[in-house]
Design a protein around this ligand. Sequence first.
Ligand code: GMT
Length: 377
Amino acid sequence: MKIGITCYPTYGGSGAVATELGIGLAAQGHQVHFISYAQPFRLSGFHERVYFHEVEMDSYPLFEHPPYTLALAAAIHDTALREQLDVVHVHYAIPHATSAWIACEMLEGRSGPPLVTTLHGTDVTLVGQHPSLHAITRFSILRSQRITAVSRYLKEATVRDFGVPGERIQVVPNFVDTDRYRRDRGPSRRGVFAPGDEKVVSHISNFRPLKRVSDVIDIFAGVRRRVAARLVMVGDGPDRPRAEERARALGIGGDVVFLGKHVAVEEILASTDLFLMASESESFGLAALEAMACGAPVVAYRAGGVPEVVADGETGVLVPVGAVDEAAEAGVAILGDAALWGRMSGAGRLVAENFAVRRVLPMYEACYESVMRTPGS
Ligand code: GMT
């Protein structure tokens, strides 16, 4: 198949999933065309049958806000025609589903490729809820021939908040490359992060307010009071200065490393003893899955689709949103009990294998095949 994929190229789960999907599809023999304003951050190195089409946008003094939605529509349209795409798959509805719909309308009667939209999270739970975007988000989702959501929680939210019929949404969970994300993957970074043989605690996110990174610092502070540990904070975003300040204010700045953006997160996760996630909303929690694949137990808030990924009491511990002390207590219990840690580490790896790329990728292939057979559906 010739598959067009549009995603956000920046650090974030939806771009990571879209890119890993494209690379996996190309490895299966499909031709994959990424269409975005920059090369997706996980698309490094050369991959046979993978192409990147940059969305061109000239600046013009009249435009305070360059019309990306239209430029993307034009790029999807041109790529679909030139490359004879069989299917276009957009990740994150806003504005990608809208642009893809415009691109197909522009084909004016020529049968364009069918559209698949994957809903990832805040396109449904936050951004798309804004009154100014709700109607167009709903319209664009409904115009896609196939709609997938990354968790049951997200599917239910889409049905409830956008009135999309449940039978039109297929849950295709996120996935992880279990060959790359594994505990015995070298080289070990443990000595770098914890030179005194402390426990390594980590967190990965884009440091947006809903990730509650200050809570991560507070939870870690509670853990560190009882267990020798260091915290590795991976990523960047608006709340990073607040988190840095919080660590300093708590007097633990020396034990918290802010690494900034990092592509090879598997190297850090393979040396992680405990992964923390304090999001108040999370449709899935890809970073938690990647941590589990690396054998790291997870302590997280019980938000959104997280319980579909982290098995409470088996692969980690889930606590109510904001329950910092309870989360710290759980972290201490896990890190302080080698047998419990071993059980959770092993169980996390087993659960992650259920989300292995080789299991999930065929679900997308089947989705494309079915929509190509019945394009009007
Ligand atoms: O929805 C977002 O916040 C953006 C998106 C992203 O691009 O990072 O994250 C969402 O998609 C990920 C991949 O499917 C999920 O693992 C995240 O849980 C989800 N984020 C939220 O729901 C907050």
